[in-house]
Ligand binder design. Structure first.
Ligand code: ISL
Ligand code: CA
Length: 558
């Protein structure tokens, strides 16, 4: 889609507030910490920030269980802090995208407390309550975090539905009152000056009428099954009509579970639903559909072909986000690069080049700009996340797999990898807090931290800064068509971005060896835009480039 909009041109940065910067010594990141670091992000060139849920929450799932949609999480600060964040961002010409978690609430939300109090409560049908089936759960739905998606409540003897943890009951979107309450809540934040909304698990709002059992062979595919509610697009379209279309707001959907070809339906602009699609085929390239904690091998051909497919689905009328990790995935560098000390910086720069040259809005996860890595988890006690604990319960405690096998996998796949505190400097607690950090700090913070990189022209940080500037300067990198030059190549990932008569070539060496790469017929170098190792060896009219291990570069070509 080449229709110009600010959110296609913006470079987004994801802040996980809990782990970004603590300013009051309680060991938990806070809104004042984000404000304190706005200038750091401005220096990097960031236009917009997506923050994970900032609402009041008992934090069973780190804020994805909201108990009050109109208040700030106590640990993060106050509404005054939030308003100041928006004001300080405005001053710097930056925009804020908030997380919208409306598939479910916390079980501590007043609606749910009312709802479970009696079958006659006016809030009863704000959620899904069903009778047991022969003393068992109403159907065979599993939950994302382990066990059944139904929880029995003793007060009335009925079960309520929860796709995620039992402390996250699913809202009943079929009830128009629920939808109106949620729309009002969105207006509340938009009226404050929020300019972006990221819709958590948006594809699961509509439920399948009657809750029939999943056929046995589809139980492992429950994530996809949960996106088959018949009214999903009717609801998102209604939300657009009633709320979103009245604001200058960028709307992104976490389109999880939906087959790629259908994801476009959420962001095809002719349908008036959302703007930006987050899809997960790329990040899950080395995962199984069942046993989601287990990793399998991947190769560059699969990787680039997946990117190609994702690019294609956006088509002429849709738009994607491009990201290599977020708070639900391991560190991009450890996942797709090489986090061993000798290749860490080079591969971090290679991945940066990829993120910032796609036909999609780039989302940089906090710490990527420093080359932060996975945490060296050893034992189950090292983990915090409800998901990994649920998996442990379902697979290890039941004896299906050994603790060793499980740990070997989750130390690479766990969401906790991306949730350790930000590494600001080499001092105590990496400069994250003067208190006791809520979660372990990666011991490599003495080598990998912001303080040592901001003034080093060759740092990962400064390479990101230059890349972001390059993306801002060259609209072809945002809007140009994408073409993979050699989809089967297992070493060199090369593609062009073309708009009108302008053509740019992006080359990334995914191998830790030097490769002489010949440009495809008809292409020759016009000039070097940026190279990750600053060598600028390529000259005008060259048709061959010597690529050092993990070398990456952008070239104007003829
Ligand atoms: O995290 C996942 C894989 O490791 C996904 O299964 C994830 O649960 C799914 O993408 C939905 O994610 C979103 O909603 C969850 C929350 O835990 C995630 O952090 C959030 O991104 C429930 O609100
Ligand atoms: Ca704090």
């Amino acid at each position: 889609d080449t229709l110009p909009t600010w959110w296609k041109q913006a470079v987004f940065y994801q802040v996980y507030p809990r782990s970004f910067k603590d300013t009051n010594g309680d060991g938990i990141g806070d809104i004042n910490g984000i404000i304190e670091k706005l200038d750091y992000l401005k220096t990097l060139g960031i236009d917009a920030i997506w923050i994970n849920p900032h609402y009041d929450s008992p934090n069973v799932d780190n804020g994805y269980d909201i108990s009050d949609y109109r208040n700030i999480m106590k640990e993060y600060g106050t509404m005054e802090d939030f308003d100041r964040l928006i004001a300080e961002m405005k001053k710097r010409n930056m925009r804020l995208m908030i997380d919208v978690v409306i598939n479910h609430t916390s079980d501590q939300h007043p609606w749910f407390i009312q709802s479970k109090s009696s079958k006659d409560s006016p809030y009863r049908n704000y959620y899904f309550w069903r009778d047991d089936k022969d003393g068992q759960a109403p159907n065979n739905y599993p939950s994302f975090f382990g066990g059944s998606a139904w929880q029995k409540d003793d007060k009335t003897g009925q079960y309520y539905l929860h796709y995620f943890s039992r402390q996250q009951p699913d809202l009943n979107w079929d009830n128009p009152k629920v939808r109106q309450e949620l729309y009002d809540m969105l207006r509340f934040w938009l009226d404050k000056g929020v300019s972006g909304l990221r819709f958590d698990t948006v594809a699961t709002y509509s439920k399948i009428p009657g809750f029939p059992d999943l056929p046995q062979q589809r139980v492992a595919h429950f994530a996809e099954e949960y996106t088959k509610g018949p009214n999903i697009h009717r609801y998102v379209n209604e939300m657009n009509r009633e709320v979103l279309s009245h604001y200058d707001v960028a709307t992104a959907g976490e389109i999880f579970g939906v087959p790629l070809e259908q994801s476009i339906n959420f962001v095809d602009r002719r349908r008036n639903e959302l703007n930006i699609a987050f899809t997960f085929d790329l990040l899950r390239i080395d995962r199984y559909v069942d046993e989601r904690w287990r990793r399998k091998d991947w190769n560059l051909a699969q990787f680039r072909q997946t990117i190609d497919k994702v690019d294609h689905t956006a088509g002429e009328y849709g738009w994607n986000a491009f990201f290599l990790d977020n708070h639900d995935y391991p560190r991009a560098l450890s996942h797709f690069g090489d986090d061993r000390p000798q290749w860490r910086e080079a591969s971090a720069k290679a991945l940066a080049t990829l993120i910032l040259t796609q036909r999609a809005t780039p989302f940089i996860y906090q710490g990527s700009e420093l080359g932060m890595t996975n945490y060296p988890f050893k034992k189950m006690d090292d983990f915090e996340d409800i998901e990994v604990k649920g998996f442990w319960h379902d697979y290890v405690e039941t004896g299906k797999v050994t603790a060793d096998e499980f740990l070997q996998n989750v130390r690479q796949t766990s969401r906790d990898n991306n949730r350790t505190p930000f590494q600001w400097d080499a001092g105590k607690n990496a400069g994250f807090t003067v208190g006791t950090p809520w979660f372990k700090i990666n011991p490599n913070y003495t080598a990998i931290n912001a303080a040592s990189q901001v003034n080093d022209p060759n740092s990962v940080f400064n390479y990101y800064r230059q890349l972001i500037k390059t993306r801002h300067d060259i609209p072809t990198l945002t809007y140009g068509t994408y073409m993979d030059l050699d989809p089967e190549n297992e070493s060199v990932y090369a593609y062009t971005r073309t708009l009108g008569t302008e053509k740019y070539l992006v080359i990334i060496n995914f191998k830790e060896k030097t490769i002489r790469y010949s440009l495809p017929k008809n292409l020759s170098i016009d000039n070097v835009i940026i190279e990750s190792n600053n060598q600028h060896t390529a000259r005008k009219n060259d048709t061959m480039i010597v690529l050092k291990p993990w070398h990456a570069g952008i070239y104007k070509v003829n």
